[in-house]
Design a protein around this ligand. Sequence first.
Ligand code: SF4
Length: 234
Amino acid sequence: MRDREGREDQRNQKDQNNKKNQEVRILLAAVRDHCRVLGPGERFCIWVQGCPFSCPGCIAPSMHNLDGGYLMSADQLAEQILSTEGIEGITISGGEPFLQAGELAALLRQVKEKKNLGVIVYTGFYYERLLELSQIHPEIGQFLELIDLLIDGPYEEAHNFDYGMKGSENQRTILLTDRYQDDLYLYNDPESGRKNELYQSDSQSFLAGVPSKKMELQWKRMIRENGKAEKGEK
Ligand code: SF4
């Protein structure tokens, strides 16, 4: 009898969690499913919409405005990630992911329940500030607990030395688990080049990955000449 009640409780809890996730919606700028330029292996990459930092020289100004982007339920996005075969993990960038810490934590919980995917997050906040903020916003701590590698700090144009999968030298690669301990060279080794993927449709061009200075100039020229809506990564 007690077993049956226990199972019933578990089912109710699961139903409640599912219902909550359907209600959680994430403001997105873009997603790409087999991206190779923002971490090791093939990754499901998510660019969130909205950023408070306005770093001079930011490559993704179209992702700053909280009125832009589009909403998707955490449930629907989790399904999309889980049905993507052959990926090592997820990279979340933007925009500023920690503006939607609770929503992204709900998404990652749902995904990680079913698949052991790694999680890399780019943020304009420094880690210490996130720890301070987590005292008053517990969802920030909950999001941090689900991240394997955090690339922190704002983009500083003067410290962009043109290598690696991070925008500038002040940004740190912080291992929150040991999952990516052998991959830090991708970000920090001066020999590590930058790679991009360019996606184009009739109405939009989208550049994924941290661009080299040369690529950044070409990209900005292309946007000016074509007049297409642009999106890019920090
Ligand atoms: S570089 Fe990143 S943190 Fe800075 S304004 Fe752009 S999106 Fe925001």
